[in-house]
Write a protein that binds this ligand. Structure first.
Ligand code: FE2
Length: 384
């Protein structure tokens, strides 16, 4: 076995009602003047407000920055850093989906670097960490609350960049996901499945990620359809919050692969929600892995999905069975296909040349060049 790299994670407070502890945790981290980094809609729908109220009751000075939006645009990150300086803020509590948590990480980077724009710091690693950050996810999907990556949409180039900043603490409270609509619950849940499968099948798969990813797959298959159909089902929301967290740990340990490259390149061009792009990209990951990766990794995925196979099952047949399982699952969740959503094969192929710039791409098995990328995109388009 060759050596492999895993990353350790931030402390996580997990459980229904856990967000009530946010004030105490902020104070433990030495925060006095806190920026709540969030989205306007989350204030309107009284999701972020639940967290804001707890902070205010804890006698912290609270400043609300509610400009975060999908794709974490680089200029919003820069605005957030200027907001911190304007009010002398000494800590961030981020409340939102993956893009909002990633925006908060980018703000942490800019402040730690004494800079003005995240565009200067895409590739520096986490050289400094001067701004405390607590993350609370309002979706059960990205795992961004515990991961080190900030996926930022650079508005000048249109590319997705992935600078690094580790949160100091994550608080995972399923209550914050109760008002997430069915279609967003389905798409963000598919992101969880994609994280777990891609962590298990990429070049850097390792025993640490395996522990998290196998359970993440099992939980998602069992509880995501329930969470979609019964948004207030406490157990389903809690188990999906756990699955998302496990998926985040799996990718922190192993990374992703070509499915996420599709989600992040095609998604950036067409402004597709991350989870939806991941859902579309996932069936093809099975076939791609059969051709260029390891059979035993697909067997692990099959075990987690409770799919039968034996030594006489060909690798490509196994992959096709897994891809069919995923597409059936997407239908059950009410996720429209690429074709039903109005995209042509040419639209999808447009993203091919950007794959090599994507942060997840380097972990894809084999040595994919443009031919293999186009082949993957073609079967991704045709499979669902
Ligand atoms: Fe993802």
């Amino acid at each position: 076995m060759s050596a492999y790299m895993w990353n350790t994670f931030c402390p996580t407070l997990f459980g229904t009602g856990a967000s009530k502890e946010v004030g105490n945790k902020a104070k433990e981290l030495g925060i006095h003047k806190v920026m709540v980094c969030t989205e306007q809609a989350l204030c309107e729908f009284k999701v972020a407000t639940q967290v804001i109220e707890v902070l205010e009751e804890s006698d912290l000075e609270v400043f609300i920055f509610d400009k975060c939006r999908a794709d974490a645009p680089s200029t919003i990150c820069d605005e957030g850093a200027a907001f911190i300086r304007k009010y002398g803020i000494d800590g961030i509590v981020a409340v939102g989906g993956g893009s909002t948590l990633d925006t908060a990480k980018a703000i942490g980077i800019i402040i730690s670097q004494n800079g003005n724009t995240i565009r200067d710091y895409y590739n520096i690693g986490e050289a400094e960490h001067k701004m405390k950050l607590i993350t609370l996810s309002t979706t059960a999907g990205t795992g961004s609350e515990i991961s080190q990556w900030a996926v930022i949409g650079d508005e000048a180039t249109g590319a997705k960049e992935m600078p690094i900043y580790k949160p100091d603490m994550a608080i995972v409270d399923p209550v914050l996901t109760y008002s997430l609509p069915a279609h967003a619950t389905a798409a963000t849940g598919m992101d969880v499945l994609a994280h777990c499968v891609e962590a298990l099948t990429n070049k850097n798969e390792n025993p640490y990620g395996y522990i998290f990813a196998k359970e993440g797959i099992r939980l998602t298959l069992e509880f995501l359809p329930v969470a979609v159909k019964e948004p207030a089902n406490e157990k389903a929301r809690e188990q999906m919050a756990l699955a998302a967290n496990l998926g985040g740990m799996a990718i922190s340990a192993c990374g992703c692969q070509i499915g996420h490259s599709f989600a992040q390149t095609f998604g950036a061009i067409n402004h597709i929600p991350h989870g939806l792009g991941c859902a579309w990209g996932l069936p093809g990951v099975m076939i791609y892995t059969a051709k260029y990766g390891k059979r035993e990794n697909l067997e692990v995925v099959a075990d987690a999905m409770d799919i039968a196979y034996n030594k006489n099952t060909s690798t490509i047949k196994l992959a096709e069975t897994l891809a069919a399982k995923v597409t059936e699952f997407m239908k059950e969740l009410g996720i429209k296909s690429l074709k039903e959503s109005g995209y042509t094969l040419e639209d999808c192929l447009d993203s091919a040349k950007r794959f090599t710039h994507d942060g997840a791409f380097g972990n894809s098995p084999g040595n994919p060049g443009i031919k293999e990328i186009k082949e993957y995109i073609k079967y991704t388009y045709e499979i669902y």
